[in-house]
Ligand binder design. Structure first.
Ligand SMILES: [Zn+2]
Length: 243
């Protein structure tokens, strides 16, 4: 199935009765270290959704570019929205897709921040009682990678602007990568909320860009596409126990 922003009304109308699965990519506009573009998360999730749409009968929706950014909010270029705004947008988009007959929706985020993912999961939970026939999956690229990248990802705890994201960007848009960055992990205090977040996370890297390569990026990408296809099939076949 093509991506929704490219199809005509007629093509959509023809396809919608038969093909009822959509991937809704989500992202964030946020710092990705000194070497990667601000829009990486949406670009990544969108590219994976498009790749699935090219190979299967699943639709890819255009991405929701803005997300909830906590740890990176003090770094220049991070433009975040509140959880309530994100939830309103996601819920309205899913309601509209449902109105056109879509029944299996994968809310798939390139940004994996804890509060962002909690907002998305809660939006999904709010939709379950409202839309009786909806089947929803909510996950991040990192959730997908836990199994899919086994044996490939060398850096334990790599999650943001490190080995995986640098590799994927070297594969997708090498001209948008500006050199590299040192290995870094944040030092936020446990439990205590801090205002000056950058004092605990100077460079904005969470992981290690050093082992990144375009070849590895291609492999991360391919494995993620396959895992995402597998998830859409699982969701389509999913049946809740009735008692
Ligand atoms: Zn990212």
């Amino acid at each position: 199935m093509p991506v929704l922003e490219q199809v005509t009304m007629e093509a959509f109308d023809k396809g919608r009765g038969e093909h009822r699965t959509v991937i809704l990519p989500c992202g964030a506009l946020e710092e990705h270290g000194p070497h990667l573009p601000l829009g990486l998360d949406a670009l990544h999730a969108d590219a994976l959704a498009r790749a699935v749409a090219e190979r299967t009968d699943v639709w890819a929706a255009p991405p929701i570019y803005y997300g909830l950014c906590r740890s990176s909010s003090m770094h220049p270029g991070t433009v975040g929205v509140q959880g309530s705004a994100l939830q309103s947008m996601v819920k309205d988009v899913v309601r509209s897709l449902y109105g056109w007959g879509m029944r299996n929706i994968v809310i798939f985020s390139g940004h994996a921040g804890g509060t962002h993912m909690a907002a998305l999961i809660d939006a999904g939970e709010q939709l379950l009682p409202e839309l009786p026939e909806i089947k929803l999956a909510v996950l991040s690229v990192l959730d997908l990678g836990k199994k899919a990248w086994a044996g490939l990802l060398e850096t334990p705890g790599d999650s943001h602007a490190g080995e995986m994201e640098t590799s994927v960007m070297l594969h997708m848009h090498p001209d948008w990568v500006t050199g590299s960055a040192p290995e870094e992990y944040p030092t936020f205090p446990e439990h205590i909320l801090v205002r000056n977040k950058r004092a605990f996370w100077t460079g904005g890297v969470w992981g290690n860009p050093a082992p990144a390569s375009p070849e590895k990026g291609a492999e991360f990408f391919e494995r993620s596409v396959n895992a995402l296809i597998e998830l859409t099939r699982k969701l389509e076949a999913w049946e809740e126990p009735t008692s």
